[in-house]
Design a protein around this ligand. Sequence first.
Ligand code: FES
Ligand code: FE2
Length: 339
Amino acid sequence: MFIRNAWYVAAWSSEISTRPFARTVLEEPVALFRRGSGTVAAVEDRCCHRGLPLSLGEVRGECIVCGYHGIAYDADGRCSSIPGQQHVSPRMRVRAFPTHEQDGLIWIWMGTPDAADRRTIPRYAYHEDRAEWPHRTCVQHLRCNYRLVIDNLLDLTHLAFVHKATIGGDPDAHARAQFSVAATERGVQFIRWLLNSLPPPTYVQAVNFTGRVDRWMEFEFVAPAVVYQFTGALAVGEGAYERGNRRGGFALRIFHGITPETEDTCHYFWSGAHGYRQSEPAVTDTLFAALSATFAEDAAILEAQHASLRARPAPLFNTVHDRARVIAERALDKLFAAE
Ligand code: FES
Ligand SMILES: [Fe+2]
């Protein structure tokens, strides 16, 4: 069961061209395409003539044309022409989904079209600020329910175990982390501080820390499927914690958009942007490689967890570290109830 009246990431802007693109969202096959005018549209990926996926066709002007017998549909899913036939029945149409392109992302609304309000799309202006926040983007296909990905991002005590080799760092510091969490209007926000801790290897490579650091991890979940991450570290004594100084050390912003494909699979869209050594493209590449390795570690855990939960759905227990996750669950339940 999915929350349908919500905006989900359907694709990166860079994925959508005038060549139709297929992606399943909330169990519905969708054909995305860029119209001649440049705007992105999304229609049901199934021609209403003989059922061929429209993503196998082509874009002509503002329309998508089926690759079987050439029937054309406009961005609203209305059949606009049939080769060799004058009359076009107004009943001949496919479903169209509201879409909006913003911050380098294509957002899609799979629920009641009239309820789609673009103002509620989560913003992420860092994608448009390449000078301050150079970044690279990725989409991963995961064999797990999308909620497990959100859960994973909201309980960072997994870092010391799952990410020992990458971003984990000092396990003692993780156990002693200072943690504050608060419900927001649309989800939950939390910050973790690892004060006076050993920087992880990736941080040291990035900015040459020579001693211990104060490290922060700030997360915000916007229901149903977006998490903003702001992570960084400054050498102890530079006032990251005491004075709120966030400049001059290691700083990383990660966008996470998780879109259900089916109950058992999801699309995981993420980008990694760095707020240090911005003019060095090699740094962006190194960060991307490090994040890819980190998220591959998560993927292995999440897919194994999903398979285990599917096989034996027995009750689970919460610990003190599940606070943010529990608040997120409430936000999702609220959206679900509203539908
Ligand atoms: S199946 Fe699409 S035009 Fe015939
Ligand atoms: Fe992780």
